[in-house]
Design a protein around this ligand. Structure first.
Ligand code: V1P
Ligand code: CA
Ligand code: ZN
Length: 370
């Protein structure tokens, strides 16, 4: 009997509002869920409701004082000086259920890790996770915890080598930093870079330190890259990384802010083009955790996470070009599943620049060692 893919979802997360005008809208989780339910795909998945991560579990990465602070951060008696130290810009966005919300993000990813470790699923999806900027003692870029680092620490109890791939438009700085000095986790991030684009890190030259030298890759891109050019970077680089690192498990952060017409990102992939990356990675048939992340045009996030769930679980043969009838139908504007690239957007990456980035990265692994 083949194992079902696991889908981790807690309905209370989708009701949270991070702040007035905040671009990150957890409602995208409920809309994705509705598409999965309306299409009948949900019934074919192992649906798991996560428990919130405990304080002890959060402390596998985060400092105890920071976790204690988060626990009381949204309360009116929270210390204002501590807010400045731990939250920086993020202090602007406090909401009553902050701790509960982020503990569930982390709990979902820890659940995904355990399902993979126990062999109860070969693919485990947590669209509520993917908070790649979180640091051990401060919040960054909407990420008050770093569920990904916690999930990878859990996987490392069982797997020797874990590959982390980040296709969010932003650099996966928190995950890279946490594993920068180890050869047991290989991190690779494809991201928009330049002109002070957040978080301004992730240079081509940054490739890990000490034991971890050669175990981090950064693929900096300029605005406007579309499917073909992105594929021509992603496929050969990932093939080489897979061959050289030979991971036992994979964690794929699937922020959808790399697709056309995102509110924060300026890349120009289609939904199908981004989902192809997921198909490519799942084809290696390794235990794979699939996480959310960014994505700020809510209808398109739901389209893409729905499509990616189907692709990752091998159920995409059941999709049509149209969205299934669903309760948010009017909100979608068009009934189409795909989000096409915007034909009016110019790719600011030249073919020569991309070739140089690709060849510099591949050349590091020519001898076959990491
Ligand atoms: O740009 C910044 C801060 C403000 N500058 C001084 C630095 N923050 C960004 C944060 C983006 C976070 C992305 C998270 C993820 O990678 C993973 C979940 O997708 C930012 C931006 C921006 N355009 O980069 N914050 C906001 N926009 C923002 C806009 C409106 C209201 C609140 C925040
Ligand atoms: Ca990225
Ligand atoms: Zn992002």
């Amino acid at each position: 009997m083949s194992t079902k893919a696991a889908y981790i979802y807690h309905h209370t997360m989708a009701d949270v509002i991070l702040g007035p005008g905040h671009p990150m809208q957890p409602a995208r989780l409920a809309i994705t869920h509705e598409l999965l339910s309306a299409s009948g795909i949900l019934d074919q998945l192992l649906c798991v409701e996560p428990q919130p991560a405990t304080k002890a579990q959060l402390q596998a990465l985060h400092d105890k004082d920071y976790v204690d602070f988060l626990f009381r951060a949204a309360s009116p008696i929270a210390d204002k000086d501590q807010k400045c130290v731990y939250l920086c810009m993020e202090a602007l966005f406090m909401f009553p259920d902050l701790y509960k919300y982020y503990a569930l993000c982390a709990g979902g990813t820890l659940t995904a890790a355990r399902l993979l470790i126990r062999g109860e699923a070969k693919i485990a999806i947590n669209w509520g996770g993917g908070l790649h900027h979180g640091k051990k003692d401060w919040a960054h870029g909407f990420c008050f915890v770093n569920d990904i680092v916690l999930g990878i620490i859990e996987l490392l109890k069982f797997y020797d080598r874990v590959l982390y791939i980040d296709i969010d438009v932003h650099h996966g700085d928190g995950v890279e930093a946490a594993f920068n000095n180890t050869d047991r986790v290989f991190t690779i991030s494809f991201h928009q870079f330049g002109n002070e684009f957040f978080p301004r890190t992730g240079r081509l030259e940054d490739c890990g330190e000490e034991e971890g030298q050669g175990f981090a890759v950064n693929v900096p891109l300029k605005p406007g890259i579309a499917d073909e050019a992105y594929r021509n970077m992603f496929t050969p680089i990932m093939e080489r990384v897979m061959a050289v690192f030979n991971p036992n498990a994979v964690v794929l952060q699937c922020g959808t802010d790399s697709i056309a017409n995102d509110r924060l990102g300026s890349l120009n992939l289609s939904a199908k083009g981004h989902a192809e990356c997921v198909a490519f990675i799942c084809n290696f048939k390794l235990p794979t955790m699939i996480l959310g992340g960014g994505g700020y045009t809510v209808q398109n996030v739901a389209r893409l996470w729905f499509l990616k769930t189907a692709v990752a679980t091998g159920l995409d043969g059941q999709l049509t070009e149209k969205l299934p009838a669903n309760k948010y139908y009017n909100f979608f504007g068009t009934g189409k599943l795909n989000v096409p690239s915007d034909a009016t957007v110019k790719d600011q990456n030249t073919a020569e620049e991309l070739e140089l980035i690709r060849s510099k990265i591949l050349a590091r692994y020519d001898s076959g060692t990491g």
